[in-house]
Design a protein around this ligand. Structure first.
Ligand code: COA
Length: 165
């Protein structure tokens, strides 16, 4: 049985991530979407519990997509679960260098690991969670990039932030 993980920060999940996860779930028997922390990124909008809640809601109808979380190195999660395949989405050439570095570093730490890349749908190739949050902060509509329940949660968070400003 083929099994792969799709790791990311998912702060929060966007249609770009959903597109990659859905397509990967067709290529593998089971896909585990794993919310992780990027230690270079501080002060996310959503904590791990909230990110997981949004991921679970997003994929509740998908029988072969599971949700998990992990703090620490990606390879430690793979060793712990005995999984050897990682899926990543590539948005643009600018992603390539970072992704290649990460895939190579992960492989150096765990030689049995293979990273599979999927091209993100072009309509989402320029967005990121940060960009969507920024656009929402300034009051523009983000319907094109996130599901309604994600938009609602972003708005709640932004309202709280604005109240403190
Ligand atoms: N469509 C739209 N946006 C996408 C996307 C897609 N298909 N794929 C990624 N993005 C965006 C994300 O929203 C994110 O935006 P942000 O920077 O504004 O938050 C950005 O692209 C980066 O994507 P993400 O997949 O979340 O990667 P990341 O750089 O935040 O972290 C981890 C990736 C969590 C997998 C990585 O940091 C990790 O493995 N951490 C664990 C520690 C570890 O092992 N580190 C060593 C690795 S060698």
């Amino acid at each position: 049985m083929s099994i792969a993980i799709y790791p990311g920060t998912f702060d929060p999940i966007t249609y770009g991530h959903i597109d990659v996860a859905k397509r990967a779930s067709k290529a593998f028997d089971t896909l585990i979407v794993v919310a992780m922390n990027n230690s270079m990124k501080r002060d996310g909008l959503f904590n791990m519990e909230e990110r997981i809640e949004l991921l679970k809601k997003t994929f509740e109808g998908f029988d072969n997509i599971r949700i998990d979380s992990h703090s620490g190195l990606l390879v430690d999660y793979l060793k712990k679960t005995d999984i050897h395949v990682v899926v990543r989405g590539l948005r643009a050439v600018s992603d390539f260098e970072y992704e290649m570095q990460m895939a190579a570093a992960n492989k150096a730490l765990l030689p049995s690991l293979d990273t599979f890349f999927l091209m993100t749908d072009t309509q989402y190739s320029f967005i990121s969670s940060t960009l969507v949050k920024e656009i929402a902060f300034h009051g523009e509509n983000i319907d094109r990039w996130v599901p309604p329940y994600v938009k609602k949660r972003i708005k709640e968070k932004i309202d709280l932030i604005k109240k403190d400003l």
